[in-house]
Design a protein around this ligand. Structure first.
Ligand SMILES: Nc1nc2c(ncn2[C@@H]2O[C@H](COP(=O)(O)OP(=O)(O)OP(=O)(O)O)[C@@H](O)[C@H]2O)c(=O)[nH]1
Ligand SMILES: [Mg+2]
Length: 544
């Protein structure tokens, strides 16, 4: 393939767009119009779930501890309890879920496995019957009576008058007011299949909380971005995905993942293919549309987008890579101030058998929450990047070192895991500056930093301590391990071909608990060892 391939068609959906306006954007969402639940019941917890604004950020989610606790303590919502399952199965055989032009039936099953109610949509009007608990819904294009009969036990049918009790719009509501079920007919989804994909909200929330904690504790921006996409894909069972970051009027492909292509082409080849020019926001694309409008787009089938939508799918990448983009869930990354600084695009949800299915409508809110958490984490990581990174070498700076050594010494006190510090100073670096110039000296410092990163493990903290001195914090590493690390680094640097010639370093090693009782003492001990290495002739490792 000679020409560079734009991944946008696969992941971003590069598109022809017919005059988009914010008012015409499809934004499927769950809406509680009215709630009739009593506080404290299972049902009230679910009502709270619905009533909770998905648009809120992670912070508010975490603050509402009692709400999350309520969710976690609720019994797990069971879809496969016999009675509703059989009825819904029957419904599934007789009708398909998918965009409904005419009347549609929205069925609910509750946590006890009994029929919880159903709603009947007639055109744009929605009424409901005897809805006791929100749990899952399934939408059928059956008519009103057929739908009700399929769901309500024969003996109860007479007792189930249509009443306007609590009204909940299940499925998604189009901008024109009609209700659309997820699971387009183009995918051949029956109502039963839609149901079997239904997610377990309680577990999903628990998962979401864990993901949030994991994301906020990740400090490295690049690792964080990968992790966000990986977690979002795992959470939604998406086969592929892209995380875009916005820079001015462009969307940059920050992370691209595609399991199927990686298996077929191998990761390096796939990454080569997916490396692409940024998407211009002035050109129509699905991700661009979301970045501009700030709305979620959930497409059951990118090849069956109704013509009245403000976007369409142009399968350039699919054709070139022999890949089929079917379902897509595209979510904006929005900072707490409301600025959209990126887009999370998830492609091809997979069911248990590996078949591509639409993204459950429930994921829209959940992934929006995840995106809010991701946004906060990205903002923090970026701030850390700015305030904790050394501008010349791009490794962490002394300020970061001070924060981390404090943390690690506290951790050592609690868990008694060893911590070691290696201080490293370039030998006779003044000569390099004097002979080759300051620029050559800068270049040598950058190269030393890269060598250190390359030969250190992911969780090793490499920092520029100042001038020509680096401090490396070896977490969970005892003295022997630290001396071995120091010796390896010394050798690698001595053998490295620097642009101006050779460089050697002197290293001092000290460890907790043997050499010090606190982080400060550890620095003093390592410094002493390093000066001893200088005194003994340089280009060597000395341990206290
Ligand atoms: N090019 C460059 N040089 C720097 C930078 N920061 C500090 N230096 C130089 O690094 C040298 C530090 O020297 P020292 O470590 O005290 O002495 P040395 O010449 O390396 O000798 P020993 O360390 O005793 O082996 C000084 O000449 C500084 O000017 C920098 O950012 N860029
Ligand atoms: Mg020096």
């Amino acid at each position: 393939m000679s020409s560079p391939v734009k991944p946008s068609a696969m992941s971003a959906g590069v598109l022809r767009r017919s005059t988009p306006t914010s008012s015409t954007v499809d934004r499927p969402k769950l809406t509680v119009v009215e709630s009739t639940r009593k506080p404290g019941s299972t049902a009230s917890a679910f009502s709270a779930t619905s009533a909770w604004s998905w648009d809120r950020s992670l912070t508010s989610c975490f603050l509402n501890v009692s709400f999350i606790r309520t969710l976690i303590e609720q019994p797990v919502c069971q879809w496969r309890r016999p009675t509703p399952a059989r009825r819904i199965k029957r419904l599934g055989r007789r009708g398909r879920s998918g965009p409904c032009q005419g009347p549609a039936t929205v069925a609910h099953a509750n946590t006890t496995g009994r029929h919880a109610g159903s709603s009947v949509v007639i055109g744009q009007k929605l009424t409901s019957v005897d809805r006791r608990s929100k749990s899952r819904h399934v939408v059928s294009c059956l008519g009103r009576r057929q739908g009700l009969n399929a769901l309500i036990p024969r003996e109860k049918r007479d007792e189930a008058p249509l009443k306007d009790r609590g009204t909940r719009i299940a499925g998604s509501r189009e901008s024109d007011g009609t209700v659309r079920a997820h699971g387009g007919p183009a995918l051949g989804m029956t109502a039963t299949e839609t149901m079997s994909l239904a997610i377990n909200l309680t577990e999903a929330f628990r998962d979401l909380v864990q993901i949030g904690i994991a994301l906020t504790s990740e400090r490295d921006l690049a690792t964080l971005l990968h992790r966000i996409l990986t977690e979002a894909r795992r959470f939604t069972r998406a086969e592929a995905g892209t995380l875009f970051l916005r820079e001015k009027d462009e969307l940059h492909f920050a992370v691209v993942q595609n399991d199927r292509l990686a298996r077929r082409l191998g990761d390096p080849e796939m990454q080569r293919l997916l490396q692409s020019e940024p998407l211009k926001l002035s050109e129509p694309s699905l991700a661009g549309h979301v970045a501009l409008m700030g709305e979620i787009v959930n497409l059951p089938d990118t090849y069956a987008i109704p013509p009245d939508r403000p976007y369409s799918f142009y399968p350039l990448f699919d054709v070139r890579c022999d890949y089929k983009t079917r379902s897509a869930l595209v979510v904006p990354l929005q900072d707490p101030a409301g600025n959209i600084f990126g887009v999370l695009e998830l492609i091809n949800a997979l069911d248990e058998s590996g078949r591509v299915v639409p993204f459950d409508v429930e994921y829209e809110g959940l992934v929006r929450s995840l995106a809010s958490q991701a946004a906060v984490a990205i903002r923090n990581a970026r701030l850390e990047d700015l305030s904790f990174k050394d501008a010349l070498t791009d490794v962490y700076n002394r300020r970061y070192f001070i924060v981390r050594i404090e943390e690690e010494s506290r951790r050592h006190l609690r868990f008694a895991e060893p911590v070691s510090l290696v201080l490293l100073d370039l030998d006779r670096f003044k000569d390099v500056n004097d002979r080759f110039g300051h620029r050559a000296g800068d270049e040598a410092l950058r190269e030393v930093a890269q060598v250190l990163l390359k030969h250190s493990r992911n969780f090793t903290v490499v920092t520029r301590y100042g001038g020509d001195e680096f401090a490396v914090l070896l977490v969970n590493t005892g003295k022997d391990g630290a001396v071995a690390y120091g010796e390896r680094i010394r050798e690698v640097i001595a053998e490295h071909a620097f642009a101006h010639g050779t460089v050697t370093v002197s290293l001092g090693v000290a460890s907790l608990p043997e050499d010090a009782a606190s982080g400060d003492d550890l620095v003093v001990a390592a410094d002493k060892a390093m000066y001893e290495a200088k005194r003994l002739g340089r280009n060597r490792v000395v341990a206290v």
